[in-house]
Design a binder for this molecule. Structure first.
Ligand code: MLT
Length: 267
């Protein structure tokens, strides 16, 4: 397996590509406020004909791009990354905020999708209470920095089973959150707060879709995943026991197995 990447801040990689001889690409978009590193457990699970691309969204991880305050701006960044790699069409998906970006990208350029992955995410926009919580988070990160955001989010990001049985996950996720700049956190919170409702888009999705959700996800619960499954014609749903919102990290084999099986049905 080869790994390659584009240059970002401090000469580090702003995206990772993992490939053998490939004949298709899978683009995986990370959650908030994490970075592309969260996809490490899935990289080896992708069958050999596929190339895996895990971009850092603007301002996150090793990205050298300025944070953006709109989902469409994040989606345009993903399109530019695909263009720069000569990827015309791909299986494109993401977890949570990565799913919001995926839906924004489908709205912009459906022809770039071979298939879609929506993990622990939802199509609905924020309601007033959720918008108010975003405003509070922006104030918190400005006043106290990323560690305060980690304190607030960790109990919701990880499911009860992970919190009880996998303290190392909490450490790893906290590390990713604390490495994120306040500017990136504030910009993405604004982008999520202002994202449009994508519910009506679901019925227009005419490609195969994999929907994954941790059974213990309290942020985007299985009911959201079931709703998307009902509305996307050619979709399959995988619910992962023992996993919360970060299902790819909390149930790595279950998530990777679902991803592997889905990709195998496409080739
Ligand atoms: C995420 O995991 O990306 C966030 O929890 C999404 C959100 O806050 O809506």
């Amino acid at each position: 397996m080869q790994a390659g990447g584009g240059r970002g801040r401090a000469g580090e990689k702003a995206y990772h590509i993992w490939a053998m001889a490939f004949n298709g690409s899978v683009v995986l978009l990370h959650a908030f406020p994490l970075n592309a590193e969260m996809w490490r457990p899935q990289v080896d699970a992708v069958p050999a004909p596929w190339r895996v691309i895990t971009p850092d969204l603007p301002g996150f991880g090793n990205s050298s791009e300025a944070p953006v305050t709109a989902m469409s701006g994040m989606a345009e960044h993903v399109l530019r990354t695909m263009d720069s790699l000569g990827v015309e069409r791909a299986v494109i998906g993401g977890l949570s905020m990565g799913g919001y970006v995926t839906l924004a990208l489908y709205r912009l350029a459906p022809e770039r999708f071979e298939a879609m992955i929506l993990a622990d995410t939802r199509a609905t926009a924020d309601n007033e209470a959720q918008k108010e919580a975003r405003r509070k988070m922006i104030a918190t990160v400005r006043a106290k920095g990323a560690p305060a955001v980690a304190d607030e989010m960790l109990p919701k990001l990880l499911g009860a089973t992970s919190q009880r049985e996998h303290p190392e996950l909490s450490t790893a996720v906290r590390g990713m959150i604390e490495s994120t700049t306040p500017d990136a956190i504030a910009a993405a919170a604004e982008a999520m707060m202002n994202r449009p409702d994508s519910t009506s888009l679901l019925a227009s999705i005419a490609i195969p879709a994999l929907i994954v959700c941790g059974e213990e996800d309290v942020l985007t619960p299985p009911s959201d995943a079931r709703g998307m499954n009902q509305q996307i014609r050619d979709s399959r749903l995988e619910l992962l026991p023992g996993a919360g919102h970060l299902s790819n990290l909390e149930a790595p084999s279950g998530f990777s197995g679902a991803l592997h099986d889905f990709l195998t049905t496409l080739r």
